[in-house]
Ligand binder design. Structure first.
Ligand SMILES: [Zn+2]
Length: 65
């Protein structure tokens, strides 16, 4: 069993810091608090940039010789 703690995260239920971790056994990412037992479903996609932003690519201009 592995616990991936979230650095700097604060539990919205008890207010403790660095007590939140991802439940590795859950199919979806569930955040749990070791201090009060609070649990919250937190989708991973929320931290990933949206595809619309990734499409916008700035073309590189190489110096012509
Ligand atoms: Zn808590």
């Amino acid at each position: 069993m592995s616990r991936r703690f979230i650095a700097g995260a604060r539990c919205q239920d008890c207010g403790a810091e660095d007590t939140l971790y991802f439940d590795a056994h859950s199919t979806s990412d569930v955040v749990l608090c070791v201090a009060c037992g609070f649990s919250e479903a937190r989708p991973v996609a929320a931290a990933v940039p949206t595809p619309s932003e990734a499409v916008e690519i700035v073309p590189l201009k190489f110096p012509m010789t």
